[in-house]
Design a protein around this ligand. Structure first.
Ligand code: FRU
Length: 497
């Protein structure tokens, strides 16, 4: 059964269709993301026995289109004295680890953090890096007998991400000393023995502990699709200290020589919204990297009104580079499910003209007058129970807000996208929920368009409780959860004084 086919119940009122969710338990970070033999594997931090964080194990789901997911049994279960924290998976195609079968196509290796309990006989209270291997394409896993393979006798050493560095012909592992705000890099030839390589710190990322690092190569794309310049991007989550408060994910562009990462730019938010954490990329991808984040925030994740299941992943996004007047910058493109109902909006705010319908999409039509300062848009019949996408442009030089209203009953459930007098865009979800929710985390960080820009391109995807907004072709993405429940969707634009 796929998560999108699950029978509807009260608990499923908020369950998104295209965002990965656990069937009936708790989920946090994406783990072990790998594209292998045409199948996208998403493992994730999972409590197989409950709806709150505990008993950390790796859950498992697979997809062939990144939009529909099939739930599989727990891949790496915790034991009494060891929880299985976050990490990554690589394909050891040459079987350098020797953990594959002779003559086989090489094992998949999962690198995870063994979080040992305080009463563990050998490693009390320690976090160290361990391995599990699979010789059946990720379906079943065996814990390595030599675990842990990397131990610094530390209580906060975690989240190994392993990658292949072509130029030096070595495997690289990045992991954090979380409370020390430090990224440790290691290298290996056989994926079993790891040598310290370097340590990276960054003075301005000091808002919270460091978690879930990733180091990935990104490319500029020319108009003909070929790769232009390249850079490395360090992806790092901090809790708190996120761009919109609470936990969040940052990116830093830089150089990596196989030993040392050197930042070439200041940290930038991966996402301006409150709900994107622990984002990491899939290994095994040949083209532009594909990143997936946990669509929640440690500030309130245990209070999301969806139990027994809790948390979704963001939509996957591809990462690339774009040249800007200020230098190279990261761009993210949402991987939008095929066939998602799409409505093209006329330019906002008015004077509005009827939009010309585009093939395969619906179009919103001319407004009806609500008075000088507000215009309502005639949308094709939409219900918030069904996922949809709204695309259009907002004037950057006219202070106004676009209000998405769900249901006709009072109090209104409204999601607001506001462009202020300074041209910056924020999303306000304070009134978007049927019941009060995380009031102190209602606003996103601002998106500031370039100086000369007259309009901001918006691409809004609403998948029940999961809202994602791509701005200006991916210069920024905003992820936010809302809990409005079903209801007819209407849209209006209001001028701001
Ligand atoms: C990040 C994190 C990781 C850790 C995991 C435990 O959300 O705290 O650092 O491995 O969650 O579930």
């Amino acid at each position: 059964m796929t998560t999108t086919d699950l029978p509807r119940s009260r608990a499923d009122l908020h369950r998104p269709r295209f965002h990965l969710t656990p069937e009936s338990t708790w989920m946090n970070d994406p783990n072990g993301l790998v594209l292998h033999e045409g199948t996208w594997h998403a493992f994730f931090q999972n409590n197989p026995h409950g709806s709150l964080w505990d008993n950390m194990s790796w859950g498992h789901a697979v997809s062939t289109d990144l939009a529909t997911w099939t739930a599989l049994p727990v891949a790496l279960p915790c034991s009494e004295q060891e929880m299985i924290f976050s990490g990554s998976v690589v394909h050891d195609a040459q079987n350098v680890s020797g953990l594959g079968t002779p003559g086989g196509s090489g094992p998949l290796l999962a690198f995870y953090t063994s979080a040992y309990s305080p009463d563990h006989p050998e490693h009390p209270g320690i976090q160290a890096q361990s391995i599990a291997s699979s010789t059946d394409d990720g379906m079943t896993w065996e814990f390595y007998a030599g675990n842990p393979v990397l131990d610094r006798s530390s209580a906060n050493f975690r989240d190994p991400k392993v990658l292949w560095h072509e130029e030096s012909g070595r495997w690289v592992m990045v992991a954090v000393e979380a409370t020390d705000y430090a990224l440790h890099l290691f290298t290996s030839q056989d994926l079993l023995r790891w040598e310290p390589a370097s340590v990276f710190r960054h003075p301005s990322l000091d808002g919270g502990i460091w978690e879930c690092p990733d180091l990935v190569r990104v490319h500029e794309r020319r108009a003909d699709g070929t790769a232009g310049r390249e850079s490395w991007a360090l992806i790092l989550s901090t809790n708190p200290g996120g761009p919109a408060g609470g936990s969040g994910t940052w990116t830093i562009l830089g150089d990596f020589d196989g030993i040392r990462f050197t930042a070439s730019a200041e940290p930038q938010p991966l996402d301006l919204g409150p709900d994107c954490y622990a984002a990491v990329t899939f290994s095994g991808v040949d083209g532009d990297p594909v990143v997936l984040g946990w669509m929640n925030n440690w500030a309130y994740a245990d209070r999301t009104p969806t139990a027994p299941w809790r948390s979704a992943m963001t939509l996957p996004r591809t990462l690339l580079l774009e040249e800007r007047p200020t230098g190279l910058a990261l761009v993210q493109r949402l991987v939008v499910p095929e066939g998602l109902r799409t409505i093209e909006l006329p330019p906002l705010p008015g004077p509005l003209t009827a939009a010309v319908p585009t093939a395969g999409t619906d179009a919103a039509s001319a407004p009806s007058a609500l008075g000088a300062a507000a215009q309502s848009l005639q949308l094709p019949a939409l219900d918030a129970d069904e996922p949809f996408r709204l695309r259009g442009t907002l004037a950057a030089d006219v202070p106004h807000r676009l209000v998405l209203r769900i249901g006709a009953d009072a109090p209104a459930r409204e999601l607001v996208i506001e462009v202020g007098a300074d041209g910056a865009l924020i999303v306000d979800r304070s009134a978007a929920h049927a019941e009060p929710f995380a009031a102190e985390h209602s606003l996103t960080a601002p998106y500031v368009p370039a100086d000369e820009q007259a309009e901001i391109a918006v691409d809004l995807i609403v998948d029940r409780s999961c809202v994602e907004l791509e701005l200006d072709g991916g210069r920024a993405v905003v992820s936010a959860q809302i809990f409005p429940g079903p209801g007819a969707v209407t849209l209006r634009s209001e001028a701001l004084d």
